[in-house]
Design a protein around this ligand. Structure first.
Ligand SMILES: [Zn+2]
Length: 89
């Protein structure tokens, strides 16, 4: 579980955070406080994976295309989860 910015307890599910984007809220299981991501940190965390998936569009070799898409998708899920901090809103 991830730490909630309201109660500082691990009340946010990682799955919820992984699909969270600015304007959507994750609610804490312990205090029911709602938190969200800041657009800027979310966007910068999404950028590396997005660039890899865009690069895959221009690759002719299908193996390389699949590898780029796979890594890109993993980064799009993992980077915001690890690096985009939650904020009270
Ligand atoms: Zn909480």
């Amino acid at each position: 579980m991830l730490r909630c910015p309201h109660c500082q307890q691990p009340g946010i599910s990682p799955l919820r955070k992984a699909i969270l984007s600015p304007g959507l809220f994750a609610s804490c299981k312990l205090c029911q406080g709602e938190s969200t991501l800041r657009y800027k940190s979310w966007l910068s965390a999404m950028t590396p994976g997005t660039l890899l998936m865009i690069a895959a569009l221009f690759v002719d070799d299908s193996t390389t295309e699949w590898i780029l898409n796979g890594i890109g998708l993993a980064l799009i899920i993992a980077l915001p989860l690890w690096f985009a901090p939650l904020h009270k809103d």
